[in-house]
Structure formats: C-alpha cells, structure tokens
Design a protein. Structure first.
Length: 376
C-alpha cells in the first residue's frame, strides 16, 4: 500500500503551501494528548488553555457514539481547568456530515480561540468534519484557526486524528501478521494538522508499538509518536519543536535506518521520553530536559534480559528501564510467534530528573528495536 506514502507526502505539501509563513511554513500550536484524561491531567489542559487566542474554546465530541454528552463533559472539564466559563460545545457528529459544510458552524469555529477534540473513534471525527477527505468549510475554519496562531488539541481519538494518514484501528500482533489493512493495522485519511509523522495514543498502556512500526514501515513515514496516557506533546508548528508534558511520556520511533523483510522490521530507532524533553519534528533530534543528570548502566555486564508478554501494558518501558538499571545490553521480549529485540545502540544515552510528584523520571535515546514474526 505504498499509495499511503504518497497520500502522506501530498498532505504535507498541501499544508506547507497553504498555511502561514514561518520557519516551517506553518502557524499555530497543537496539544496532542495520549488519552486517560482525568483530574491528573490538569497540566495538559492548562498547557492547552495557555495557548488559546481570544474567543471561546470550541469542544467537539464527534469521536464519541454519544457526541453531545462527550462534548458536554469536555466543556465542564475545560471550564474547571480555566476557572471560568470559556468553553462551548460544537455539534459536529458522524451522523450528520452535512454540518461540516454549514456556513454558520464554520463561522462559529472562526470565532473560537481554540478547539478541543474529545476521545472515542478517530474515524468518526473525519466522517463528521472531513468526509471523503474533502476540504469542508469546517475543516478550512480549523486551518484558519491555526493560521491565526491558535491552538487545536485533542485526547485519545482527538490525538490520533491529528496526522494524515492516521491509524484507524488495529492490534499490534494482528498488524505484524497481516500488515496494513482491515485485518492488521487499518489506515485512513486524518485531519492533517500535524504533518511530521504518525501519532498513536494510549500507547504504552495498550502495547501499540507493533502496529505503529508496521504502519510506518508500509507508508515510508520516518517518525512515529506514541503518546501514553496522562501525557501530551505540545507542538509549536512555527518551529517544529515538540515538548513532552505529563506523567507517562512519549515513545518516539525513527525509521531512518529501517530494514524490512518478510516478517521482520529491523533497525528501528527508539527514544523513550519524559516531561520536559523536546523533539525537533523536522530532524528527529532529541533534547533532554534541563536539570536532568546522565544515567549510566549499573553493575557488571549481564546476560540478555528475556521478558514474556511482548505487548503487555508497559512492557516496552520496563525493558528500557532494565537496560539502564542493570548492565544488560539487550532485552528480548516475546509472545508466541511475535518477538522484539531491544538493544542499546552505539550512541545510546539515558538521563533522569525529579518529576513534579517527586518521583524520579528516566528518559532514554539511541536505542534500537527489531521486531520479528516467526513464519512457517
């Protein structure tokens, strides 16, 4: 399905040619949250609200099977975070795609200083606001908000829809067996606000790195952004820099040295980043948060770590931490016919800092990941 790579390139070229003038040719900000939004996620909402322009915060619940109720909950949460009545629900939903070309609703977006998309199914968002990939009046109003320097944010499905193409659905093990498509990882057109890779969410909690690697390998897109719950990336589209916030962090995949063969995806670059770390989305450069200290492997060299439950919650994070909490240089994760080899690359590094709660947070960059599937 190499046509998906062409789709992604086309979306990037359209965005760069049509949006505002800056170092990247783009304007505005994005707050892309990995889901699991709760009272703990105040930092994410505050980062979003800090970037809004004058005007209301439009909340769109189109991803939900109950869009009105979802938008209402989003409005309450945003008002609580702001300490004022700043948010209003917008009625877009997948059952009424004609609303995307309603001039009055497009004008409503034009009057907003920010937009927030709630969770559910990312496909419903596209069906509601960009059916058939069309540039509807509502979609163009979203683009104009960014051109004005405004902010668009979203959680869970509201994060997945940010890129184009986007991941619609799929499990990691199925993706490794069936590739891209309805039986594996299903891709489709997204909203295209974030042009620097594919975004995935609920990432470490649901073991989604298999499906993200397969999607990146098929499309030829270089960077994959796996955002975990209660975390977000704050993206400055004018510069291309993204900062990690929240308690769980970001898994960044770099496919620059990827080699793909039957049932194997080798040479995937991996960084596991925490709050305050930054990424240049144009180059893939990773910058550690200020106030961090280097972490060297501890103890004497040991045999490779072997872990069962390849796609179990937090398995990838646990393996990365083990590589630096001990002197192991590689970890083998396996689950039936699927497996992964994680190793420290020649330029691997790790660093730690005290998180907001006082707990130590560790980040790592320069890791290498190989995924494989045992075939008959």
């Amino acid at each position: 399905m190499r046509h998906l790579a062409c789709l992604a390139l086309s979306a990037l070229l359209v965005s760069c040619s049509s949006l505002g003038s800056s170092a990247t040719g783009l304007s505005g900000s994005l707050v892309i949250a990995g889901g699991g939004m709760s009272s703990r996620s105040l930092e994410v909402r505050e980062a979003f609200l800090a970037r809004r322009l004058s005007g209301e915060v439009g909340v769109i619940g189109a991803a939900s099977s109950g869009p009105e109720a979802s938008a209402a909950r989003g409005v309450r949460a945003m008002n609580e975070a702001a300490g004022a009545e700043v948010a209003v629900a917008l009625p877009f939903n997948a059952g009424e795609p004609e609303l995307a070309d309603d001039p009055a609703l497009a004008a409503k977006i034009d009057g907003c200083g920010a937009l927030w998309f709630t969770g559910g199914s990312q496909s419903r968002i596209v069906e509601a606001m960009r059916p058939g990939g069309r540039e509807t009046l509502a979609w163009r109003a979203c683009v104009r908000l960014l051109e004005r320097g405004g902010v668009i944010g979203g959680s869970s499905a509201g994060a997945a829809m940010m890129c184009d193409p986007m991941i619609r659905r799929g499990r990691s093990a199925n993706a490794m067996r069936a590739g891209v498509g309805p039986e594996g990882v299903d891709l489709g057109a997204g909203m295209g606000f974030f042009p620097w890779g594919i975004v995935d969410q609920h990432f470490l909690e649901r073991g989604r790195f298999g499906r993200l690697v397969v999607a990146l390998g098929e499309t030829g897109i270089r960077l994959g952004w796996g955002i975990s719950e209660d975390s977000a990336i704050v993206v400055d589209r004018t510069t291309g820099w993204a900062e990690v916030i929240g308690s769980s962090g970001l898994a960044l995949f770099d496919m620059r040295e990827l080699q793909v063969s039957e049932g194997r995806w080798e040479g995937v670059g991996l960084s596991l980043l925490s709050s305050g770390d930054r990424v240049n989305a144009l180059t893939g450069e990773v910058v550690a948060t200020s106030g961090s200290t280097a972490r060297a492997p501890l103890g004497e060299p040991e045999r490779a770590l072997v872990m069962e439950g390849l796609f179990n919650a937090e398995a990838l994070k646990q393996a990365v931490h083990q590589l630096f909490d001990t002197h192991r240089e590689r970890a083998l994760l396996r689950d039936g016919a699927e497996g992964a080899l994680l190793r420290r690359g020649a330029n691997a590094r790790a660093w730690v800092r005290q998180g907001a709660s006082g707990a130590e947070q560790m980040s790592a960059a320069g890791l290498r990941l190989d995924l494989y599937r045992i075939t008959e």
